[in-house]
Design a protein around this ligand. Structure first.
Ligand code: SAM
Length: 350
């Protein structure tokens, strides 16, 4: 916390120096950080006249606000060079952390995901990101607190507290994993990271970016309702297991199984017949190659952040497309791996 003469900087907030700051005693407090009284108190500070002023910087290109298993943070800016020049409406039905959407920055976009809590979080951020940020500021990062907060049932929270809980668990939990048990309860262990939960400027830019897109939720087939011939779809499903190992596949209470990969490939063929352009990312396996037989399949060097052993993070994945390189916005040759090497994908992290 930095004190100036008439103002205090507090977790990215600029506050008047006479303002009472919330005190979080992580050891003594056993009450829920999402209790109605606490949420009301935090909401009040967010709207206090002349009180909270968040630092506003120049317009920016936001980054993802959650770390997401299988996320394309490292690859997104390269990947979008493989996308067509003219997109029509951009569809992304496996949105996850939204890295690809952010790197592409299309004029019109319809995006979504089956993880309802993730989509709720995005909805809450675009409605009032500051309210979410204020609630996050009140969440202590110790193992004891993490386990207590993790036990909160998100169904009992208002949309902003639900969003704050989601981001908190993502940042304080082990490697940013989203893993739920069969009952849909979050069960990722504590991560013990010393890092802030959010960057206020990035959160603001992210929320602004979300306001310009249509958010949907549910299965990928539903998210694509209304797609037509001029449009472009990017599919980044949970990857098909490779090398005998199961890749990470627990983003929702129901897994993405072999039958779902078959369903996705069938949809792609149908879209192709209707003239809709698409690109699909997936593991480079004989199964995936056979599903998309007849289409252009490029092996691309990628990095899997989820693996514990750094030497196992460099792997190759496939980008399958139903359009030609001539239509692309970038020169993609430099991105291709020299050969279609079959590598083992890592074991998911915990
Ligand atoms: C590999 S991740 C996408 C990562 C994303 N491209 C990024 O950069 O963060 C796959 C996503 O598919 C979602 N998902 C799983 N099954 C789905 C389904 N049937 N329909 C739509 N989304 C689904 C998961 O919740 C997860 O966010």
């Amino acid at each position: 916390m930095v004190h100036r003469r008439d103002r205090i900087d507090y977790n990215g907030l600029t506050l008047p120096s006479n303002m009472k700051l919330p005190v979080h005693d992580s050891h003594s407090s056993q009450s829920s950080p999402f209790s109605p009284a606490h949420v009301a108190a935090v909401a009040a500070t967010a709207v206090m006249p002349g009180g909270v002023l968040r630092t506003v910087a120049a317009p920016c290109r936001p980054a993802a606000v959650v770390k997401w298993a299988g996320g394309k943070q490292a690859l997104a800016t390269h990947l979008v060079r493989f996308f067509p020049r003219n997109l029509g409406t951009y569809y992304e039905p496996f949105l996850g952390g939204a890295s690809v959407l952010l790197a592409l920055n299309p004029e019109r976009a319809i995006v979504g995901d089956m993880n309802g809590w993730l989509m709720d979080t995005y909805e809450a951020l675009r409605a009032d990101w500051e309210k979410v940020a204020c609630l996050l500021d009140g969440l202590p990062n110790t193992k004891q607190d993490y386990l207590r907060i993790r036990a909160t049932d998100p169904a009992n929270l208002d949309p902003y507290a639900r969003a704050a809980l989601f981001i908190y668990l993502n940042k304080a939990g082990f490697r940013g994993l989203f893993r739920v048990n069969a009952k849909g309860r979050f069960n990722v262990p504590y991560g013990a990271y010393e890092r802030r939960y959010y960057d206020p400027n990035n959160l603001r830019c992210f929320a602004e970016r979300l306001r310009a897109v249509e958010l949907r939720r549910g299965d990928f087939e539903l998210i694509l309702a209304g797609v037509c011939a001029e449009d472009f779809v990017y599919f980044d499903p949970p990857y098909y297991k490779a090398g005998g190992y199961a890749d990470f596949n627990r983003y929702t209470h129901c897994r993405f199984r072999e039958g779902d990969h078959i369903r996705l490939a069938a949809l792609c063929r149908e879209l192709d017949e209707r003239g809709v352009r698409w690109a699909v990312s997936n593991s480079d396996t004989p199964f995936v190659r056979s599903l998309f037989d007849g289409y252009d399949a490029q092996p691309i060097a990628s990095r899997r952040e989820i693996n514990l052993k750094s030497q196992k993070r460099d792997v190759f994945e496939l980008l399958i497309r139903n359009y030609t390189s001539v239509e692309c916005c970038g020169k993609d040759a430099g991105l291709l791996a020299p050969c279609a090497r079959q590598l083992e994908l890592p074991v998911a992290g915990v």
